[in-house]
Structure formats: C-alpha cells, structure tokens
Design a protein around this ligand. Structure first.
Ligand code: PLP
Length: 396
C-alpha cells in the first residue's frame, strides 16, 4: 500500500466539509462553528503592528533553517522568567507552526517499524505524524474518573503497553490536553519521565496550551525537571497563547545535537518559519502577558457557562477542563460521535468535532471549542440542549 492510500481524512475536517456544503445549500441558515481549535479573538493589534513593522523594515528574506537568533534569545529569556528554566538557543528549532515541529520531531525520532505510544484522546496530528514517519501506533487511553471529575494518566496501563511492544521508541503526551483539558500533575510528569527513561524511550511532550490554565492550575514545563534533554523533546508555539494561528509559528526544544539535525531537515520541508512572524513573536513574548491574562478571563467565563449549561442536560457527562479551550463531553445519543455530529449539524446548525477523531478512546464523546463570544456560545448550547431533548422525545 502506498503512503497516499493509507491516509484517512480527519473526522473534524469531514464535519467542516459537511458544514460548508450545508452553507452552500442554505446560505441564509446561521451555522455556529465550534469544531476548530482556535480563538475567535484574532491576533492582538500590538502584535499585528509588530508584524507590519517587520515587513516594512525588511523581514522579507530567507532566514536560518532553525530560526532567527533574536527570537531564540527572547525564548531563552521567556523560559527563564516564566518557567524558571534555563534552556539554550541551540536547543530551539523554530518551525511553521507546532504542526511542523511535531512532524520534524517524528521524522527525526521514529524509524519505520518503531513503536510509538500516544496518550489518547489526542489531537489527530500527533497520531498521523507518527504514522507518516512509519511508526507503529499504540494508543494508551486516559482514564476518566467521574467521581473526581478528571482525566488521569494510568501509569500501569502505559507501563504494560511499553512492556508489550517490541521496538518501543517514543511516548507522545499532550498536556494541557486537546481535546480533554487534562493537566498532568508535576508528580505525573516526573513519573512519566522516569518510566520513559527506565524503558529507554524518548518522550515527546506537546505543551502548546501551557498558557491556558484555569482555576490557578499550574503547568510546569517538563523542561524544568532536569538539564538532560537527550530523551525529551518539547513542542510549543504562538498560535494559542497569542492567537496567531495564521502566522504559522511554532518551535521545538530538544538536545542541541538533535536540534542541529532537525533544523537541517527543515531546509527540505519549508526552509524556515516565516521571517515577519518570527520578528512579531519577539513582541508577543515581551508584551503579551496582559493579553494572555485578559483572554484567560474570557475563556474562563466561556468554560463556566458551557459546563453549567451542558450539565443541565440529563445524562450528560461533562468533565471540567483544567486547561486548553475545549470541552470534551458525552451526551445521550453521542455513542456514534460522527453520526451524532452530522445530525446535530443538519438539525441545529451547530458544528462540533466528533470524539472519534481523537482516537479510539474518544469515540462516544464530542469536542466543543469554547474560545468564542458568550452570546454565540450560549445560543449554540441552547440549540444542543434542544437537539438532545428533541431526540429523546422522538424515542419516547
Ligand atoms: N499541539 C496541539 C495539541 C494542538 O492542538 C495544536 C493545534 O491545534 C498544535 C500543536 C499546533 O498548532 P500550530 O501548528 O498552529 O502551532
């Protein structure tokens, strides 16, 4: 089978395409799209202005494969100030979004036939990038404890899966998590690093949502653990914290010798991350704290509204997310999540992401991105509640 034949369309994209088709068919119908993972805020003006200024000042040429030195220096400073962690410039590779940092890392770390363990439900790229690199995938499902209202990483389950694989190479973890909102405790992260070391496997840690945390939860980067980066790679970027999705700017942090090779590899993919986005990102790091605080207040109100409204639906299971900007929940009738989302779209015009998109552990659940205006969210939640009530009336 060729690599092309092996590709499955993302179930989130499938819903998006259906929504587009519905829009074309019924142009006057008001759809409420909550399926994609981005805030509706848009990049704050001071960063936009920095990008425009960068263009006017000539940030229009090729750059180093691994990124601009001034942005790397700003990131080193940022990690020292915000996380109390010392990283070096030569550990950083800037890339076209976290998406590319993930793919580069996978291509660099995974050889065909290597076993890759992914903690699921997981954002689909983490799985598909491993597959592109030729890895053999193993899902390790998070455990949801309804009593505690939280997702937890089951270390025994992870250890068992590691012990059963022939060529374990990589464990992939995303926390704060898209889609579940799971935030791993420090203890869980320590255990994770220790377990990976014990088995001689690399840890790929996606910390893309590290600035979006609720209720005083703290996420300490795994980089804070120790200086040894030989078996850890961290993914992060500017899309979520600074609402810069379209600028395509992310990065990875890893051991210097690996960073050199991954930057070289980038030459053959996109050469480097966009120049003007890199310059604007320096301003984001220097001046972005107030924006992050304000957007967090907005996300908190949206999260609280969505949790409260969904919990009013009889039979709903609605874990409260501790981080990121998604709700991952179960509703009566959502056991086939794709069918449920399709029908919801047809009947109510609300677009959600089916849990099946996030791995086997996600089937039966649906994801909603709440980084949107409260009025729009409120209306969407009302429509969802009516939809579920309508279906249960039909059945009775
Ligand atoms: N990691 C996670 C968990 C994400 O959800 C996303 C985007 O949705 C990314 C990485 C990549 O973001 P970007 O490529 O926009 O930097």
């Amino acid at each position: 089978m060729s690599r092309l034949d092996d590709f499955q369309p993302s179930a989130i994209r499938h819903l998006h395409d259906l929504a587009q088709a519905l829009r074309a068919r019924e142009p006057n119908r008001r759809l409420i799209p909550l399926h994609f993972g981005e805030s509706d805020l848009g990049t704050p003006p001071f960063i936009v202005e920095a990008g425009c200024q960068a263009l006017r000042n000539g940030a229009v040429f090729y750059e180093d494969n691994g990124g601009r030195q001034d942005l790397k220096a700003a990131l080193v400073e940022h990690y020292a100030e915000r996380h109390g962690v010392r990283i070096e410039s030569d550990q950083i590779v800037l890339s076209c979004g976290g998406v590319q940092a993930i793919l580069l890392s996978m291509l660099g770390l995974v050889n065909p036939g290597d076993d890759v363990l992914v903690i699921t439900p997981a954002w689909p790229n983490l799985v598909e990038a491993a597959r592109l690199a030729g890895g053999t995938l193993h899902e390790v499902a998070l455990r949801y404890d309804e009593g505690d209202d939280r997702f937890e990483l089951d270390m025994d389950r992870l250890a068992d899966t590691l012990a059963r694989t022939q060529h374990p190479r990589l464990v992939v973890v995303n926390t704060p998590s898209n889609p579940t909102g799971w935030v791993a405790s420090d203890q869980a992260k320590n255990n994770l690093v220790a377990l990976c070391r014990q088995h001689g496997v690399h840890l790929l840690m996606d910390e893309m949502y590290d600035r979006i945390l609720f209720d005083g939860h703290v996420h300490r980067t795994v980089l804070a653990r120790d200086q040894d980066m030989s078996d850890v790679t961290v993914i992060n970027g500017f899309s979520k914290a600074y609402c810069m999705t379209g600028w395509r700017l992310g990065y990875l942090v890893t051991a210097p010798e690996r960073a050199v090779q991954l930057a070289r590899m980038q030459e053959f993919v996109t050469s480097h991350a966009p120049s003007m986005a890199q310059v604007a990102a320096i301003t984001a790091l220097h001046e972005g704290e107030a924006f992050i605080r304000e957007s967090l207040e907005r996300y908190t109100s949206a999260r609280d509204l969505a949790v409260r409204r969904l919990k009013q639906i009889a039979g709903a299971v609605v874990p409260t997310p501790r981080g990121a900007f998604y709700l991952f929940f179960r509703l009566p009738g959502s056991s086939d999540s794709i069918a449920f989302c399709r029908q919801l779209l047809e009947d109510s015009g609300v677009v959600l992401a089916p849990g099946a998109a996030f791995g086997r552990g996600g089937e039966g659940w649906v994801r909603l991105c709440f980084a949107t205006q409260l009025e729009q969210l409120d209306e969407a939640l009302e429509r969802v509640a009516d939809f579920v009530a309508g279906r249960s009336n039909d059945r009775s």
